[in-house]
Design a protein around this ligand. Structure first.
Ligand code: TYM
Length: 334
């Protein structure tokens, strides 16, 4: 049995990108043998200022959404990161293992910091060290993510290797990203070269998992496309990022390959294809939004689910992180 770990930031509302790239796989992985640990990474969220009341609200909202997607707290461990101190403690040790040069290469930091790197929080810079700690605190080896996280996973392996080397141990295992090929990167509905993101200023650029049927249909109708009909072959989607993205979304939702989708729609204009796409998205996403609202109606019950999850998470992480602290040379906590 392997251990799976993954996380999502409780900022904004999860998008179709989060769902197809990550959340749906977390649910599917529950059917296997492996133990799944899923974390609402609130420590990561505050690397960018969050209004405290909104953070609390969004953490509950994300918990509700994960339950609505099918994460079962009896089979998986679901909790909020700040409730388990092992993350921050191992994160600090990793701050002292990772090298400045490694972090400076992180493209996500460069993207998020933009032109004014002097003005962002130091937490944003060391964020990948905490992410490495999240995974290694559980000796997890499989990490289901979208492809924007791959560089961070590589870094987590570099950190583990250096820790093992510096302290002459084989303590942290290698980890492996589990990426869903067809939906590893869902793109914006307004610009097929940009990732669909909760932080995009335009709400029309994304499907939120709590959007109503009307909103979903409207967003797909307005999604950017090009004037050509859909081609017969996948290779002819090259240079047509918006068309490729919509075909990819349809394929991912229907569990098909892009060539099967084209087989069905080749020669069709975007009108009928978008209509079909909107229908399948509504059928898939709307019930999740509805269930999310039902879970959100009882915030105390949600808090209890997360707190029970945190106790289970702590029972796994605490001995591992204590051993890391011992290896580093800290005296026992007693
Ligand atoms: P976050 O909150 O940005 O995204 C959560 C998950 O959704 C995936 N994702 C996408 N996949 C496909 N297409 C998209 N447009 C898209 N947008 C987001 C992300 O790849 C991710 O899997 N650093 C992480 C959270 C984290 C974490 C961890 C993940 C913290 N610690 C440990 C794994 C293991 C993040 O910001 O994800």
């Amino acid at each position: 049995m392997a251990r799976i770990f993954s996380g999502i930031q409780p900022t904004g509302i999860a998008t179709l990108g989060n769902y197809l790239g990550a959340l749906r796989n977390w649910v599917a992985l529950q059917e296997g043998e492996d133990e799944g640990i899923y974390c609402l990474v609130d420590l990561h969220a505050i690397t960018v200022f969050q209004d405290p009341a909104a953070l609390r609200e969004q953490t509950r909202q994300m918990a509700a959404l994960l339950l609505a997607c099918g994460i079962d707290p009896e089979r998986s461990v679901l909790f909020h990161q700040s409730a388990v101190s092992a993350h921050a403690r191992l994160g600090w040790i990793f701050n002292c293992v990772a090298r400045m040069g490694w972090l400076k290469r992180m493209t996500q930091f460069k993207d998020k910091a933009g032109k004014d790197q002097e003005a962002v929080s130091t937490g944003l810079f060391v964020y990948p060290n905490l992410m490495a700690a999240d995974i290694h605190a559980y000796h997890a080896t499989k990490v289901p993510v979208g492809d924007d996280q791959l560089q961070h996973i590589e870094l987590a392996n570099d950190i583990a290797e250096k820790f093992n080397h510096d302290f002459g141990v084989a303590f942290f295992p290698r980890i492996e990203a589990v990426v869903q090929k067809e939906s590893a990167r869902v793109m914006s509905l307004r610009d097929g070269t940009k990732k669909m993101s909760k932080s995009d200023p335009s709400d029309m650029s994304r499907i939120n998992m709590t959007d109503t049927a009307d909103v979903i249909a409207q967003k797909i109708k307005k999604a950017k496309t090009d004037p050509e009909p859909l081609p017969e072959h996948v290779k002819d989607l090259e240079g047509r990022p918006e068309a490729r993205n919509l075909v990819g979304i349809y394929a991912a939702i229907m569990g098909q390959k892009p060539h099967e989708v084209l087989h069905q729609f080749a020669g069709s204009g975007f009108g009928p294809f978008k209509q079909r796409l909107a229908d399948v998205l509504v059928a898939h996403v709307e019930p999740i939004g509805r269930r999310t609202r039902e879970y959100l109606a009882d915030p105390t019950a949600l808090d209890h689910v997360l707190q029970a999850g945190a106790r289970k998470a702590e029972a796994i992480a605490e001995p591992i992180v204590r051993e890391a602290e011992r290896l580093v040379g800290f005296l026992p906590r007693g």
